[in-house]
Write a protein that binds this ligand. Structure first.
Ligand SMILES: *Cc1c(COP(=O)(O)O)cnc(C)c1O
Length: 197
């Protein structure tokens, strides 16, 4: 996650061969993406405001945080208008924290067939945020639930392996996330401790 770091750091990482960068603010993405080479894969991991979807979609390789039906519809509509098929991860709220966003897991299981029918979207997997805690092991059940939900949705749609990606785990708990099947960890502060921006 490059949201904490300067543009110079991103260029330096690029020179070292890093090609996947994650941003959580649309404006940062808009200003940074044009300044880096085209082979960078930008990941959008933050909250979307619907009025920022249109400008963000053409820049990203993967939208991690599609967290409501309303947003999914918006991303679908704008993708169709732009002639894009946007790869998305559907964010699921498993921590029970009211302050966080995401689909309720049961709601997702029942609306999944409708979501798959939205044009312009290519659902590639699921994303979640674990509850904050002093002990990274506390996040493990959340990560496991995300994997099980993914397996259930694949079974429902009869496409084994149809949702290959699980975006889960941050600086605190990425090891537990990887053990539970994460394909994308969103690590920020652990990599960039001491970096001033
Ligand atoms: C910032 C951010 C991260 C990275 O958090 P760290 O604890 O700094 O690793 C992961 N996911 C999301 C959605 C974020 O906004």
């Amino acid at each position: 996650m490059t949201k904490y770091v300067s543009l110079e750091t991103i260029h330096a990482l690029y020179d070292l061969g890093v090609r996947d960068f994650g941003e959580s603010r649309p404006q940062s993405l808009w200003t940074r993406a044009p300044l880096l080479p085209d082979d960078v894969r930008w990941h959008f991991i933050g909250r979307w405001q619907t009025n920022k979807v249109k400008r963000t979609l053409p820049l990203i390789a993967l939208a991690h945080s599609v967290d409501s039906w309303h947003l999914a519809e918006r991303v679908s509509q704008e993708s169709v208008k732009l002639g894009l098929v946007t790869p998305i991860l559907v964010e699921v709220l498993l921590s029970g924290e009211e302050s966080k966003a995401g689909f309720d897991p049961e709601e997702l299981a029942t609306t999944w067939h409708k979501l798959r029918e939205l044009p312009g979207l290519n659902p590639r997997g699921l994303m979640t945020m674990a509850a904050e805690s002093g002990d990274p092991e506390d996040a493990r059940p959340t990560f496991r639930q995300l994997r099980e939900l993914r397996d259930e949705l694949c079974q429902q749609t009869g496409v084994p392996g149809g949702l290959p990606f699980l975006s889960m785990g941050m600086s605190q708990d990425f090891e537990q996330a990887i053990e539970e099947g994460a394909t994308h960890v969103r690590v920020g502060s652990a990599l960039f401790e001491g970096e001033n921006t």
